[in-house]
Design a binder for this molecule. Structure first.
Ligand SMILES: *Cc1c(COP(=O)(O)O)cnc(C)c1O
Length: 423
C-alpha cells in the first residue's frame, strides 16, 4: 500500500499535487511519502511481534538522514556497509547498539570507527577480515561482537546481479568452512561471538529460499552449540521483494510467519535487514518531458532524468511504472522514455505504451524509493536531484539539488597547468 493517488486528474503524494512540488523544487526530483514509510516500517516490524527481534533497516537502499531519523524514531536500527553509512546512521540518531555492519571489504579506518562507536555486531565475511577486526580491537583495547556471514548456497531466483547467497558469489563464508572460522573466533581474546548471519539476495518474490537459508543457519547454530559456542542473534538479512509490475511477493506477514514458525522455541533474537520492502514503493522520481523525437523506427520521449539519477533500468533492465502527473485522455502510443546522458543504455522505459506527452509536462517514475537516489552519480557532470519528503499537506526538501559548484568541490588546478593555460 502507498499514498500516491490521483485526486481527479492530479497525481498526488498524500495531499500534495506532485505538479506543485515539481513547480517549486524543479525536476528531476525524488518524492517520498512519510505516511507510506511509516506504514511499511510498522507492518514489517509488527509482523515479527511474536518474537524478540530488531529491524536493522538497510541504509544502502535509501540513506537520506531524514528517512533514517524517521526509522530511528520508530525503534529501528541500521544495517550498514561502509563507514559513510555508519556516519549517516549515527547522525540521524540511530543508536550504535542497533547497528550491524556487513560488507566484504571493510577498511582499517572503517573498522576502527565502528569499534569506537561500539556497534552491536560486525557481520564478518572472511577469515582475514576476522583477523583484522581482532587485531584492531586488541590495539584499541576494545572487544568486537561478531557474527559470521555464512554463504548458505541457496538460489534466491532473482536477478544474477542481486543474488548474493550462491557458492559462486563473493559474499559470506562457505557454510562448511564456517565451523572452523567460528572455532578460531572463539579463541580470539578481543572477539566475542554473538551471532550468525546471512543475506542471500534482493527482490526475492518467494519465501522458500529464505526458509532454506534459515534451516541451514539453524543447523549450523546447533552444531556450534555442541562445540560450546552459543549464538544469541540470528540475522536473516534483507531481500524481500516488492511489486514493480506484476510480481506477487509474499506479504511481510506471510514471510514473518514462516520464519517465526521455525524459530519460536529457540532462544535467539532475530535480526532482519529490510531495505527495498520498506522504501521502494514509498518514493517516486519526477521528471520533465524535454523533447519528443520521432525517428523512422521509434518515438522517443526525452526527459530530464537520466541513468545518473535512476540507474536501475540500465543496470538490471528493471521495470518502473510511469504515470503522467496530470492525467490526459490523449491517444496512447508506444515510446522509449530516455534521459539526456550520452549512453544508449540511458533509458527509463522501452517500448512503453503512454498517452501522448507534450513538452514541459511532468512524468512520475514510480517505485523509485529504493536504490534510486542512493545509486545516483554525477556522470555527465549532472548535479544530483533534490529529494522531498511529504507529510500530509506539507512537504520538506530533505536534500537540496546539487549546484554546479558542488560538482567541482575538492577539485584544484595545479600551478604547472595554470601556467600552461595562461591563467
Ligand atoms: C542490500 C542488503 C540488504 C537489503 O536488501 P533489500 O533487498 O533492499 O532488502 C540487507 N543486508 C545486506 C547485507 C545487504 O547487502
Amino acid at each position: 500500500m502507498h499514498h500516491f493517488h490521483y485526486q481527479g486528474d492530479e497525481l498526488c503524494c498524500e495531499n500534495i499535487p506532485l505538479r506543485k512540488i515539481a513547480g517549486q523544487v524543479g525536476t528531476p526530483c525524488y518524492v517520498y511519502s512519510c505516511a507510506t514509510l511509516k506504514h511499511h516500517f510498522a507492518v514489517f516490524d509488527g509482523a515479527f511481534h511474536g518474537m524478540p527481534h530488531l529491524i536493522c533497516y538497510s541504509v544502502k537502499a535509501n540513506g537520506n538522514i531524514a528517512i533514517l531519523g524517521l526509522f530511528a524514531a520508530l525503534g529501528g536500527g541500521a544495517d550498514i556497509v561502509s563507514g559513510g553509512e555508519l556516519f549517516r546512521a549515527r547522525r540521524a540518531g540511530i543508536s550504535a547498539d542497533r547497528i550491524v555492519y556487513s560488507g566484504v571489504g571493510k577498511t582499517q579506518a572503517e573498522i576502527d570507527y565502528a569499534l569506537r562507536e561500539n556497534i552491536l555486531m560486525f557481520n564478518i565475511e572472511s577469515t582475514q577480515e576476522l583477523e583484522a577486526i581482532s587485531r584492531r580491537a586488541a590495539v584499541l583495547g576494545l572487544k568486537a561482537r561478531i557474527a559470521l556471514r555464512v554463504n548458505p548456497d541457496v538460489d534466491p531466483k532473482t536477478h544474477p546481479y542481486i543474488s548474493t547467497g550462491l557458492k559462486k558469489n563473493k559474499f559470506g563464508i562457505d557454510i562448511e568452512q564456517a565451523i572452523q572460522a567460528y572455532e578460531h573466533a572463539r579463541d580470539l581474546k578481543s572477539i566475542e561471538v554473538v551471532g550468525i548471519d546471512c543475506h542471500i539476495g534482493s527482490q526475492l518474490t518467494e519465501i522458500s529460499p529464505f526458509i532454506e537459508a534459515l534451516e541451514r543457519l539453524k543447523l549450523l547454530a546447533s552444531r556450534l552449540e555442541q562445540m560450546g559456542i552459543r549464538i544469541q542473534y540470528v540475522d536473516l538479512g534483507g531481500g524481500l521483494g516488492i511489486p514493480y509490475r506484476e510480481e506477487e511477493p509474499p506479504h511481510p506477514r506471510e514471510y514473518a510467519k514462516a520464519i517465526i514458525e521455525r524459530l519460536k522455541d529457540l532462544p535467539f533474537k532475530l535480526i532482519l535487514e529490510p531495505g527495498r520492502v520498506i522504501v521502494g514503493n514509498a518514493g517516486l522520481l519526477l521528471t520533465e518531458v524535454l523533447y519528443i523525437k520521432k525517428t523512422p523506427s521509434k518515438e522517443f520521449i526525452i526527459v530530464d532524468a537520466g541513468m545518473n539519477d535512476l540507474v536501475r533500468p540500465s543496470l538490471y533492465g528493471s521495470y518502473h511504472e510511469i504515470e503522467p502527473v496530470l492525467k490526459n485522455q490523449r491517444e496512447p502510443r508506444v515510446v522509449d522514455v530516455v534521459g539526456p546522458i550520452c549512453e544508449s543504455s540511458d533509458f527509463i522505459a522501452r517500448d512503453r505504451s503512454l498517452p501522448m506527452m507534450q513538452q514541459g509536462e511532468i512524468l512520475a517514475v514510480m517505485s523509485a524509493g529504493a536504490y534510486g537516489f542512493s545509486m545516483a552519480s554525477n556522470y555527465n557532470s549532472r548535479n544530483r536531484a533534490a529529494e522531498v519528503l511529504v507529510d500530509g499537506d506539507r512537504f520538506h526538501v530533505i536534500r537540496k539539488r546539487e549546484s554546479w559548484e558542488d560538482l567541482i568541490r575538492g577539485e584544484t588546478m595545479p600551478e604547472f597547468i595554470k601556467g600552461a593555460a595562461g591563467q
